[in-house]
Design a binder for this molecule. Structure first.
Ligand code: GRF
Length: 211
């Protein structure tokens, strides 16, 4: 429930959608997306990279390509209950001043408030490293291994007010091998993410998704 989903405009190669990518860590997904965008003309281009930590290693993927990229930490001086929304206000300011049209979460490890989701609903996309609705939350690979399933994967979905719960746009499957640990499984799933996410963003940005 809550706000309705409003999808992005149908963009074109001549007038690509302006994307902001939000990360928290190494940014291998961001790097894959930027490579995809630089191969040939696409319906989207990255105009902003934001991290929730100033020392997030992945920021360099944006900086090295001349994209406005910065870390915005949780601001000090607010009660805990307010610091989250103050943080999102700072992010929102950057999104507005960059003319962002679509927000792409790529390894962004914060749960967004209904206030922020409401501003971007339908234009806020996430990739989660499991076959949702199975294994939502922060430790999908650990749970996949402890459950003993033989197939996992990744899911691209629109973000709603829940956790890993919005409408699913696409999934890709990945085998689980008997000798996998969390790290080997994560690396295999990431490879699938790096193929799936840019392709589905291209579909979304060209007007090929309907709800
Ligand atoms: C990805 O597996 C993403 O799905 C998950 O965290 C990982 C981020 O990796 N939420 P990276 O920062 O893109 O390398």
């Amino acid at each position: 429930m809550g706000a309705p989903f409003v999808l992005p405009r149908a963009a074109s190669l001549e007038d690509p959608l302006r994307i902001a990518v939000l990360i928290s860590g190494g940014g291998s997904g961001l790097d894959a997306l930027l490579r995809f965008q630089s191969e040939v003309p696409r319906c989207h281009r990255t105009v902003l990279v934001l991290a929730d930590r100033e020392d997030a290693a992945g920021i360099h993927h944006g900086l090295s390509r001349g994209i406005h990229s910065k870390g915005i930490s949780i601001p000090d001086g607010f009660p805990k209950s307010e610091s989250r929304i103050e943080h999102e206000r700072l992010i929102q300011d950057e999104l507005e001043s960059s003319g962002t049209e679509l927000v792409v979460l790529s390894g962004y490890m914060r749960i967004l408030t209904p206030w922020f989701v409401g501003k971007w609903k339908g234009r806020l996309v996430n990739i989660h490293p499991s076959l949702l609705p199975d294994f939502p939350g922060p430790h999908p690979h650990r749970e996949v291994l402890s459950d003993g399933v033989s197939i996992t994967g990744c899911t691209v979905h629109l973000v709603d007010e829940g956790v890993d719960s919005g409408p699913i746009l696409a999934q890709s499957t990945v085998p689980v091998f008997p000798d996998d640990d969390e790290s080997s499984l994560q690396e295999r799933v990431k490879k699938a993410e790096h193929v799936l996410y840019p392709e589905i963003l291209e579909l979304l940005c060209s007007g090929g998704v309907s709800l």
